[in-house]
Design a protein around this ligand. Structure first.
Ligand SMILES: [Zn+2]
Length: 142
């Protein structure tokens, strides 16, 4: 199942981000998914909650942010494509409403861990007892 493998990957990232902050608990994790990913947010949330079981984030609140689709055409048009274009396939064929040529998706295909919330106490403890995290692959960029 697509959602389950995604969920596992997102949870892995959250757990390693928590570890790099010296956190032994995660309050909340926020995931961004684009509308054109065809991911069912409820299903993804469920899979994440299953995948979190037994990790430091086992009782974290899971928040799913859905990002709207935005497309851009060579003729200069940009905006939100017709919704039914997106429902047709995994690689949506987005048509420009102005010139009918294929428009490129600017956004809407995201699927990433946006952020995690860890208890503030842990963050303070971290500065005393741990070395600074040596990598910065925690959040923002895929
Ligand atoms: Zn156009």
């Amino acid at each position: 199942m697509h959602e389950l493998s995604l969920a596992t990957r997102l949870v892995d990232r959250a757990v390693s981000a928590a570890a790099s902050h010296g956190a032994d608990h995660v309050d909340e994790l926020t995931v961004e998914i684009g509308e054109a990913t065809h991911i069912n947010p409820d299903q993804l949330r469920f899979c994440i909650e299953v995948a979190l079981d037994g990790t430091v984030a086992t009782d974290a609140t899971v928040t799913i942010d859905t990002l709207p689709v935005c497309a851009r055409c060579e003729c200069g048009w940009d905006g939100r494509p017709e919704r039914h274009d997106l429902a047709l396939s995994y690689a949506p064929d987005v048509r420009c409403p102005e010139c009918q040529s294929t428009a490129a998706l600017e956004s809407g295909r995201e699927c990433r861990l946006k952020s995690i919330e860890i208890p503030e106490k842990t963050q303070r403890d971290t500065s005393e007892t741990r070395e600074p995290a040596e990598n910065n692959d925690n959040n923002d960029n895929p």
